[in-house]
Design a protein around this ligand. Structure first.
Ligand SMILES: CNc1ncnc2c1ncn2[C@@H]1O[C@H](COP(=O)(O)OP(=O)(O)OP(=O)(O)O)[C@@H](O)[C@H]1O
Length: 164
């Protein structure tokens, strides 16, 4: 099973709470290519998920994130077998400006305009709550064989307000 991370940096875009923005990436290669997601990727051996989220965010968009708050644990199953376990973080603390890398085009996007139609199908179920400050544990079942991003999303279970 793959252990992976996602990190969602947040900032105030304007005066109103409604103007909050999240840093998303348009993924340029690999799993989920062409779709939007948070920066993130697979954990390396000996690395904690938190360290992974920090490293991947730096590598993909050049942003140094800190004070990561754990917001979710997502379990993705493919054809009944555990495929990926994803740790989700959010943070309002970061240094630097996002920049394009070989892996990602970064973009600050108003929280109300997140392009769910250009993301993984499961994102619409858990990301709005995570961006509102909730915590979530979810299991998402896909069918149809590898690669995961061509499999069909069939069903899920979600639990909110989980303590990590
Ligand atoms: C099934 N539903 C899903 N919904 C939302 N996000 C999903 C996801 N399934 C995987 N993810 C995330 O997608 C990234 C791929 O990881 P990533 O290491 O970038 O994959 P890629 O194949 O490009 O590998 P390398 O770049 O070679 O390491 C990683 O953050 C992972 O958490």
């Amino acid at each position: 099973m793959i252990e992976a991370t996602l990190c969602f940096p947040l900032r105030d875009g304007g005066d109103a709470a409604a103007d909050r923005e999240v840093l998303l990436i348009e993924k340029r290669r690999g799993l989920g290519e062409g779709w939007y997601n948070g920066p993130g990727g697979k954990c390396e051996s000996g690395e904690t998920p938190r360290e992974c989220a920090i490293r991947e965010t730096e590598e993909e968009v050049g942003l140094e994130v800190s004070d990561l708050e754990k917001a979710g644990e997502l379990r993705f199953l493919l054809d009944g077998e555990a495929h990926t376990f994803c740790h989700v973080y959010r943070t309002r603390s970061f240094a630097g400006e996002p920049s394009v890398s070989e892996e990602a085009y970064p973009e600050w996007i108003p929280v109300d305009d997140v392009p769910y139609d250009r993301m993984w199908d499961d994102d619409l179920l858990w990301l709005p709550g995570v961006l509102e400050g909730k915590t979530v544990a979810g299991e998402f079942r896909f069918e149809g064989g590898e690669p995961l991003d061509e499999a069909a999303f069939v069903d899920h279970d979600l639990e909110w307000d989980v303590s990590f």
